[in-house]
Design a protein around this ligand. Structure first.
Ligand code: CO8
Length: 261
């Protein structure tokens, strides 16, 4: 199997577990990691021996705490749009995969981490998990499909509230809202529940399961424009002073002072 620097891949009885492995940065997604996710998911499409996938994060604290803020802090309007479109493409590869993909959310799923979890077909969380889209605190918006998928999963009112406040919610609340399918007491139970779900799904007819995914995703195809609007809006945020202030404040570990320009 190909060597990955930021992912750990384990194949067991046809189930590929992809662990995002940057625990000292709470598994934040830098571009290299996003590209490795692309390669790993492409392998899922190509390799007949893989029947299902679990995506999780290394360590006890985080699934993924978002895009790597240090890396994105010097994005401008042009490469900001490219960054957003590139991530949207990788996450669409996950969403449209004909094999079941479960996000095993073992801690913070914030920003791009929540977006990654939402691109998966099912989410199984530990009770200490936290879901949220805190981008407005950094002067940006969700840029990896979050404005679209959060609205699809939990409805407009709650999605607007979460994305406008930047608040994060507990795993129990995420389950009540339909964002988490299951909440478990610890990582072991989370992985066992994810594996049990995959065992059941992969015992069904694979072509039919793949078509369920295609047809359910087709409900939202009319909305493809939303992703372009998101990428354009993300790019506009990248040229604002507030984006520089928001990301600098995070790096300097201080509250941000926004001016609305
Ligand atoms: N990016 C980079 N580094 C991070 C990130 C991140 N998203 N999150 C945590 N880290 C780093 C910290 O800087 C720290 O590193 P160091 O030890 O070198 O200082 C280390 O991980 C541990 O983090 P903390 O010390 O902050 O841990 P705490 O337990 O005190 O806090 C939190 C945990 C609450 C999760 C806190 O780390 C936090 O608020 N993180 C940022 C969360 C966030 O804002 N995420 C959204 C990022 S933006 C985004 O995802 C946009 C997606 C769309 C992008 C589209 C194109 C680019």
């Amino acid at each position: 199997m190909k060597e990955f620097n930021n992912l750990d891949l384990q194949l067991n009885r046809g189930i590929l577990t992809i662990t995002i492995n940057r625990p000292d940065k709470l598994n934040a997604l830098n571009l290299a990691t996003v590209e490795e996710i692309r390669d790993a998911i492409q392998k899922v499409y190509d390799d007949k021996t893989i029947v299902g996938v679990i995506i999780t994060g290394a360590g006890e604290k985080a699934f993924v705490a978002g895009a790597d803020i240090k890396e994105i802090s010097d994005l401008n309007e042009v490469n900001g749009r490219k960054f957003s479109e590139n991530g949207q493409e990788v996450f669409a590869l996950i969403e449209n995969c004909h094999k079941p993909i479960i996000a095993a959310v073992n801690g913070y799923a914030l920003g791009g981490g929540c977006e990654l979890a939402m691109a998966c077909h099912i989410r199984v969380a530990t009770r200490n998990a936290k879901f949220g889209q805190p981008e407005v605190s950094l002067g940006i918006i969700p840029g990896y499909g979050g404005t679209q998928r959060l609205t699809q999963l939990i409805g407009k009112g709650k999605a607007l509230e979460l994305m406008m406040t930047g608040d994060s919610i507990s795993a129990d609340e995420a389950q009540t809202l339909g964002l988490a399918n299951y909440v478990t007491d610890n990582s072991e139970e989370m992985l066992a529940k994810s594996a049990a779900l995959l065992d059941k799904i992969t015992s069904r007819a694979p072509l039919a399961v793949g078509m369920v995914i295609t047809c359910v995703n087709a409900v939202y195809f009319y909305d493809e424009n939303g992703y372009q609007t998101e990428a354009n809006s993300f790019a506009s945020c990248c040229k604002s002073d507030d984006f520089i202030e928001g990301t600098t404040a995070f790096i300097e570990k201080r509250p941000a002072r926004f001016k609305g320009e």
